[in-house]
Write a new protein. Structure first.
Lengths: 183, 183
């Protein structure tokens, strides 16, 4: 092999190496571009998803504003009765403060609607007999003191004496689950 | 002149003649190829760097968008949870409207000729917002019933499935009371 041939081979090798290097760099650039494009597409998709979620949030926020206002306003009236004892105590207090003549009372903690939000309630069976206006005022006071209570049954008949009435009441006081009270 | 040089330098044996002039393009092409390769390599190198930088930026953007999306979805879930609880509360409250105003209104509607013999309210177990009312009146008549119904209607209660049984000097009136907000 003479010098010309050796020099040609060296140059050829150099040219091949340069070509290889450039090709390698090009494929790296192409791969980087594709990765960047993929990341861009993902970022755009995520941004769109975030915007969609924001729109959905605003919609549901506006849609449920009234009902949530009801919740905010009423939950303080439900919260004090996290157990039947508290509800029982409150009814006893209202009876005592109303100073009505109580003939009988019976309290019972019952499951009223399994699976629903308010599934338990304290059922109070009360029988009072007193002056007509005093008894009706007391009924109003009971409903005012425990706004969450539900008068399930109310029976009013004439009492034994003069202006007296006899009132039989079945009162339900919802007993909240702790999870309901929390936000 | 040729002879003079010939005298100084004797012709050498085995020396080939020069390459054709067009072959001069080979080194020029080689150097140009080297320069072109270097420029291309620099271009691809800078491209790779730029794509990597943009990929990192898109990834940061993706993370931020996903984080925002998660926040919106969490808020959405929270609002739905509160709305669900609120609906349960509202459903309960719908069936827990105070009965004392109705009782008092019925009592006030009685004329001097009439008295309440018995008044019963019984909530429908399936739809507590519907209250069955049974009113027994001594004395009075159709006028008394109309007056009583007017008092009940004034409290935004509508009477449905009303039945009236008249006996001698007594009236038995039954109806389902449903509260309806007046617009």
């Amino acid at each position: 092999m003479n010098n010309h041939k050796a020099a040609s081979i060296v140059i050829l090798v150099l040219v091949l190496l340069m070509g290889f290097g450039v090709t390698k760099l090009r494929s790296k650039a192409v791969a980087a571009r594709e990765a960047s494009n993929t990341a861009k597409a993902q970022a755009e998709q995520a941004e769109q998803q975030a915007k969609l979620s924001e729109i959905k949030l605003k919609t549901i926020d506006a849609k449920t504003a009234n009902i949530r206002k009801v919740y905010t306003e009423w939950i303080p009236h439900f919260e004090p009765y996290k157990n039947p004892r508290a509800a029982e105590q409150k009814i006893t207090d209202v009876v005592r403060e109303g100073n009505v003549f109580l003939l009988s009372q019976r309290f019972n903690d019952q499951e009223i609607d399994k699976g629903s939000l308010i599934s338990r309630a304290l059922i109070a069976d009360l029988v009072v007999e007193d002056d007509y206006s005093k008894t009706l005022n007391w009924l109003g006071k009971l409903e005012e003191s425990i706004p969450s209570c539900r008068i399930k049954k109310c029976n009013i008949v004439r009492g034994d004496r003069g202006n007296n009435i006899r009132m039989e009441l079945k009162v339900e006081v919802p007993v909240l689950k702790t999870s309901l009270a929390g936000k | 002149m040729e002879n003079l040089i010939h005298d100084l330098k004797t012709p050498r044996q085995g020396v080939s003649g020069g390459l054709p002039a067009s072959y001069k393009i080979i080194p020029i092409a080689f150097y140009l190829g080297v320069v072109f390769s270097l420029v291309l390599s620099l271009f691809f190198f800078l491209s790779v760097r730029a794509y990597k930088t943009s990929k990192i930026q898109y990834e940061i953007q993706l993370g931020q968008s996903k984080s925002r999306d998660s926040k919106f979805q969490a808020s959405h879930k929270e609002i739905l949870g509160i709305a669900e609880k609120a609906e349960g509360i509202a459903k309960w409250l719908e069936g827990a409207r105070p009965l004392q105003p109705v009782t008092a209104a019925i009592g006030r509607s009685m004329t001097t000729d009439s008295t309440i013999a018995e008044l019963t309210f019984d909530r429908n177990p399936e739809i507590p917002a519907h209250t069955f009312m049974n009113l027994k009146i001594n004395g009075g008549g159709t006028d008394q019933i109309e007056s009583t119904l007017a008092s009940i209607n004034a409290l935004n209660y509508q009477t449905y499935s009303a039945q009236q049984v008249k006996a001698k000097n007594a009236t038995d009136f039954q109806a389902t009371l449903i509260y309806s907000e007046r617009k």
